[in-house]
Every structure is written in C-alpha cells, then in structure tokens.
Unconditional design. Structure first.
Length: 112
C-alpha cells in the first residue's frame, strides 16, 4: 500500500486549496476553513498546550483547517476559555479559543 501524504496551503483570503496526493494521482478535497480571531497573530505550537514550543506565528486574518481536536492546556482567549486545541497541520496546534468555530465544544474528531 502506498503511503498517503497530505499537503496543505493556508490562505488569508476566502479561497484555499487543499490537495491530497495518493501515489501519483492528485485529488482535490473540500476542507472547511475557520477564521482566527480578528487582530490576533496566533502562535502555532508543536503540541496541545502552552508548554509546547512555538513553531510559527500566523498573521492576522488567517483561516485554518481543523483536522482533529484534543484536550490540552486551558487557555483564555478571544472566544472564551477552553482546553480544546485544534490540529491545523502535522504536529501543529492552536488554542480553539482563538478560532471561530461557532461552538464551545468539539467540532471535529478527537486526535488519535
């Protein structure tokens, strides 16, 4: 079986492209994007908590995919207080309190 590789592109605008590459075939996949809190440059961490290192910082107005969610450090942010962390790419997490999901709870599967 050929390993599956996922490549993603995050865009600050309303359009985004996500490609899933299966061997030599390319398939476009619809993935929901969620707005980050207005006026916030959001830290992306290597794990679901504030004790994990910052891998990068997202610019204001970025939209992110949520591939899965997991509990971690409790954070008070723009959209309230929560211990939910959103996996936005391989090994990259942001606090759900800075992502406008329209819910105070989980909106995606739990991360394995």
């Amino acid at each position: 079986m050929t390993p599956v590789r996922r490549a993603s592109v995050l865009l600050a605008g309303s359009a985004a492209a996500f490609l899933m590459i299966l061997g030599s075939a390319s398939v476009a996949s619809a993935v929901s994007l969620y707005s980050t809190a207005p006026g916030v440059r959001l830290n992306v961490r290597s794990g679901p908590g504030t004790t994990y290192g910052i891998t990068r910082t997202l610019p204001e107005g970025t939209k992110v995919p949520i591939f899965c969610q997991t509990p971690g450090s409790t954070v008070s942010g723009y959209y309230g207080t929560s211990n939910i962390w959103d996996n936005i790419d391989n090994g990259e997490f942001v606090s759900d309190t800075y992502v406008h999901t329209g819910s105070d709870g989980y909106i995606a599967d739990r991360c394995a």
